[in-house]
Design a protein around this ligand. Sequence first.
Ligand code: GTP
Ligand code: ZN
Length: 188
Amino acid sequence: MSSVDHEKIEQAVTMILEAIGEDPNREGLLDTPKRVARMYDEVFQGLRQDPKEHFKTVFGEDHEELVLVKDIPFYSMCEHHLVPFFGKAHIGYLPRGGKVTGLSKLARAVEAVTRRPQLQERITSTIADSMVDTLDPRGVMVVIEAEHMCMTMRGVRKPGSKTVTSAVRGAFEKNDAARAEVLSLIKE
Ligand SMILES: Nc1nc2c(ncn2[C@@H]2O[C@H](COP(=O)(O)OP(=O)(O)OP(=O)(O)O)[C@@H](O)[C@H]2O)c(=O)[nH]1
Ligand SMILES: [Zn+2]
């Protein structure tokens, strides 16, 4: 798998340390540029993944009712400030034609989409649209709740505030009761 450009990140981090008035040569900071490069390799590895790939794992199963995987933890990086936002993703779908995907694949898709510079809204809709494109389900509902460090440790400084986004596709769009069922199961 290709990776981030470690050398470039190391140079950039050294420049940032200099720019903030630090000494990149003091003992505690000597390995910091290398560490940050390794960290970015990890937290941005979703840039080299396609969430749709995971939904290619399908099983024939005669189940057309709700499948919900909830409380999938995720960590992402706000694309405006490059600081973390993190929370939980809940993914529900109504399979069509006996086509269900592996449960872990829902969590793997969350990893692929969140491990990039992101916006919460885009994570939500990308997961929903990837499922629509690959699984052709009767409906998909994705709900994401997150805390944004750029709103807590800096800027407006509102720790504890949560952002909730949802993306609703197919049968869920018209069916209030089906949406309500998912929301009540998420809350349990
Ligand atoms: N819609 C959306 N906005 C986000 C997300 N993450 C961070 N933001 C917002 O992006 C906005 C960037 O606003 P700017 O005015 O360009 O930047 P800023 O001066 O650093 O803004 P403040 O955070 O208000 O200090 C802020 O309002 C952030 O809260 C996200 O996932 N979705
Ligand atoms: Zn931000």
